[in-house]
Write a protein that binds this ligand. Structure first.
Ligand code: FHN
Length: 481
């Protein structure tokens, strides 16, 4: 399933998140937005140096774990004996489940296999530097312990534990950063929370149960804002990220401004471009796709699933290969972005084995090749990522970008990393080198045995061994000046 944030009914609001704006456009929008906001956000007022300091850890991280986990892991894609189309966490909406029936799931939710230590350790072993977990998804069920509303994992389930607190404790212990996803706008079980039918593109106020009717501002004031306050203050050093989602037109600039007032009290916080009300936030969030050239001038994070769902679906076994996941990470890093890769634990709290296996394989590669990923800058080349077709069109009727999968490149001050996907016969040839190459070796070679470098006019040839070290990606390091 390839889908992006523009496909939702909120396309008009989200349009700016999906284009590839030029830095000049971005600057123009920044000025326009900051002057029209009722409340200035930190992005509107900080200096570039302050921004670099605030975003520093996140830019270096490159790889994070997204966790979609909630009540929807109980039906796991099946309702009343029928397999329900679509992503697992949308089952309440896709099957038009009445509010009372959905809320009743809480009584069965007892994920005794949940183990915060193991999840954080899994993220670490995969080479991930931060975790973002659904504190509340569109179903309105809080996976933490808010006083603001009793429909939550501590008050409404036999589990009575707060997994967000347990994760916060473990993240502190294991040196992992933790962020919270919060569905600020859609809430299908709270009166007045926004709801829309994903596939029908019905208006944002579409409800399927009278219990959902109500006033959006009241929902925001009684539930979402108080819950966000609790999330922002009750979990020690965390969250470092707030991940908003699916803003609708209900989120007026004035209402979004109330949330921004709250966010402004946490000056190190990073938040994405999905708050609504015209706020651009810190990060672009391409979903289930990697943009052709990244977002020059903007921080960005591609969020992606391993199979075709975010929330657990028992019968979705369409897992991407480790090769695809790893090459996605490298592709994203080469374009200056972060990869937020999802896991969807089941109703007992177990992470599906297929997800564990892939993460551990990715982690093995990173353990050898980490310096080619963390803290790197984007490619100095660009054309290796692919080219626009002269014949094929994309869904919007524009010339289609066809990715190439031979190699990618990431950059350090005095090094160029070439991640080789296709092993060249004899030499790796660069037509034009942007820097003088003074030496070369394979990153997996602990001894850094030098490879023969031959200057060829403005280009360079590197003599390679006959076979790659790793068939998924072998990193060639060029020392440069
Ligand atoms: O509707 C959600 C979806 O369930 C999931 O949370 C993704 C993750 O980015 N965001 C929304 C769709 O854009």
């Amino acid at each position: 399933m390839i889908r992006n944030c523009c496909s939702a009914a909120v396309a008009a609001v989200l349009l700016t998140t999906c284009a590839l704006p030029s830095p000049a456009q971005i600057e123009g929008e920044r000025i326009a937005i900051s002057s029209s906001h009722p409340v200035a956000a930190i992005q509107d007022t900080e200096t570039p140096a302050q921004r670099d300091a605030r975003m520093g850890w996140w830019r270096d991280a490159r790889f994070g774990m997204f966790i979609h986990w909630g009540l929807y892991s109980i039906p796991a894609g099946t309702w009343n004996g029928k397999d329900i189309n679509g992503i697992g966490e949308w089952i309440m909406n896709s099957a038009s489940i009445p509010v009372a029936d959905y809320k009743a799931l809480a009584k069965q939710f007892n994920p005794t296999a949940f183990n915060a230590h193991d999840i954080v350790a899994l993220a670490k072993s995969a080479g991930m530097k931060y975790i973002v977990i659904t504190a509340k998804h569109h179903d309105g069920f809080a996976m933490f312990d808010p006083k603001a509303d009793p429909f939550n994992i501590v008050a409404a389930t036999p589990f009575h534990r707060d997994p967000i607190r347990e994760l916060a404790v473990e993240c502190n212990k294991q040196g992992m950063k933790l962020g919270f996803y919060y569905s600020q706008d859609q809430d299908w079980t709270a009166p007045g929370g926004a709801a829309y039918k994903k596939d029908d593109h019905k208006p944002p106020t579409f409800h399927w149960d009278a219990a959902q009717d109500g006033d959006f501002a009241t929902y925001l004031h009684n539930k979402a804002i108080p819950q966000m306050k609790e999330l922002l203050t009750n979990y020690g050093d965390f969250p470092v990220v707030i991940w908003f989602d699916t803003p609708t037109k209900d989120m007026s600039p004035a209402l979004a401004g109330e949330i921004v007032t709250l966010l402004n009290q946490h000056p190190n916080l990073i938040w994405n471009n999905r708050l609504g009300g015209g706020y651009k936030g810190d990060t672009e969030t391409p979903e289930q796709f990697i943009p052709a050239q990244g977002y020059p001038g903007r921080d960005w994070e591609a969020c992606m699933t391993m199979n075709d769902t975010w929330g657990y679906k028992s019968y979705d076994t369409n897992f991407k290969s480790t090769q695809t996941l790893l090459r996605n990470l490298i592709d994203i890093a080469s374009k200056g972005g972060n990869y937020l890769l999802n896991i969807g634990p089941d109703s007992k709290g177990n992470v599906p084995p297929a997800e564990i296996e892939r993460l551990q394989e990715v982690g093995k590669w990173i353990a050898t090749n980490s310096e080619a990923i963390y803290g790197t800058k984007p490619t100095l080349f660009g054309s290796e990522a692919g080219a626009v077709s002269s014949t094929e069109k994309d869904k919007q009727g524009k010339p289609k970008f066809i990715p190439a999968w031979n190699w990618r490149s990431t950059t350090a001050v005095d090094k160029i990393y070439i991640e080789l996907f296709t092993w060249p016969d004899g030499n790796f040839h660069l037509e034009k080198s942007p820097r003088t190459v003074t030496g070369a070796y394979l990153l997996a070679d602990k001894a850094h045995n030098p490879l023969k470098v031959t200057q060829t006019g403005s280009g360079v040839d590197i003599a390679l061994p006959s076979a790659p070290v790793d068939p998924i990606a072998t990193v060639l390091v060029l020392n440069t000046k």
